[in-house]
Design a protein. Sequence first.
Length: 367
Amino acid sequence: MIRLFKPYVASCTASQKLYEIFNKGDLTEGEYSDSFEEKISEYIGNKNTSLTNSGTSALHLAGILSGIEKGDEVITTAMTCMATNEPFYNMGAKLVFADIDITTGNICPESIRSKITDKTKAIVAVHWAGQPVEIDEINDIAKEFNIKVIEDAAHAFGSSYKGKRIGSHSDFVCFSFQAIKHLTCGDGGAIACKSQEDVERARKIRWFGLDRKYKGKSRWDQDIVESGYKYHMNNINAVIGLENIRNIKYIIDTHIRNRNYYDEHIVNPKIVKMRKPDYTVSSSWIYSILTEDRETLKSYLADNGIDSDRVHVRNDQYSVFGGRDESLKNLNKFDSNLLNIPVGWWVEEGQAAKISRVLNKLISFFS
């Protein structure tokens, strides 16, 4: 079976480093997490970056830094993992779901504008499958109404918008290094901030309100002026991340190679591929297609040794978020027809060719 997901772990070198950590007893935040934070900052081109223990923690920090409080409204997308929206819901915010652009799966700027009220505190924009959202247009809307933009870049590590890597375009950009992401450290995340003031605050909140890097005073002499959480990354996860980021170019280049192959070679008129604006580069965490007979196609692909799936359940389907919103017409169609096929670093060129051939043979199947 050609798998839809497979974690990348540089096992040999990571194992050696982990042995050193265990031998020293240096398990918590320290030398390796500091080094990994620097590597992430360098890669995305934003020095105002703070590691966290998950992408969800990073999103919660972004919510705090955005000033979200009970009763505020957060405009977001339902086409994402529940981990995107639960932090804001748990802060007492009302989730306001905007429609998507059916050609990309991303939140639609026009729909965002139509949802803004005097209670709107933030816009949450998810880069579906790694394809960057319309960042400039969304930030222009946010600036007009004086609201914050939070990018959920869990799918988009290594993606670019107008020549610059995702990580510094908006107020806050949140990454996930969970097991099946481009870059994994087992579990982990990061928040990249526009301002130094915000990242300094994030670094305190991630460790109970104390700055563990503070120079000049010991932990015993510091005051806690804002309560925090245990959201820091430990050395164990950081070592895995440090070893994997050495190979990030290979990982992302292979995802992109396979995506480009599918773009060129999948020619079945019954399969709709996603639009990719030429001012963006998607790191292609997944490869999404739309088909009107998803479950039968999924079964057919499985019979041919190819894994496929929807990946995420639209969030408004969960009763905790208020139930399915039938007014989101593009989302309704996208969600009903969505299927994702293997595109990752483990998919060999011959396997990408096989997947394309199988999909192209299905013209009669759809008739």
